[in-house]
Design a binder for this molecule. Sequence first.
Ligand code: ADP
Length: 205
Amino acid sequence: SVSLLYKSKKLVPSTSKPAEATPAPSQSLNNRIGLIKGDITLLAVDAIVNAANNSLLGGGGVDGAIHRAAGRNLYLECRKLDGCDTGSAKITNAYELPCKKVIHAVGPIYNDRDVEKSEEDLAGCYTTSLQLAVENDCKTIAFSALSTGVYGYPSDDAAPVAIQAVKEFLEGEDGEKLEKVIFCTFTAKDVDAYNDWLPKFFPAT
Ligand code: ADP
């Protein structure tokens, strides 16, 4: 079952405030970030972000799970997209999934001899996905832990890149168009990494 780990534990300050007080900027950002340990194919958000490959024609891991749950029409739409560059993303309908859209992001295969390029491509996936969400009127979005599975990106290195890119977007000119950004992962090492890094970027006020 799906549980909201992060929000319930640390993100929402426990102290109550006077009703007339306007939230501090960092707190209103905190309210728009979440972490779920569970199956991303079950989330009824506006958009989920798939960890796709350059072909966009399906694969293993979360990509396979999304294509299985969405049905063949997702594959047929993806076939028309002519693939996608690493570090970027494309959007499709969601078919049998409970979400409205699927954003297919192609994370880097982690390269420990060019970490800067890996970081740039990973951040590009997050930023492009958020931009696509806004352009398609998606207000709630859940990311899978891009590149941290078969693509070998260490979870503890990927999480701060992901969180930083999301934070910058939320603080940018289109940021207010997003109500909720969720990091969703199956995997304990990713959950641990987000739990370590989220408070550093979104400290409780
Ligand atoms: P990549 O090839 O980009 O590394 P993977 O699919 O191998 O992508 O892994 C990305 C992350 O997705 C991993 O943390 C993996 O455990 C996780 N994952 C796999 N299946 C699901 C799912 N159904 N829902 C959410 N996360 C999933």
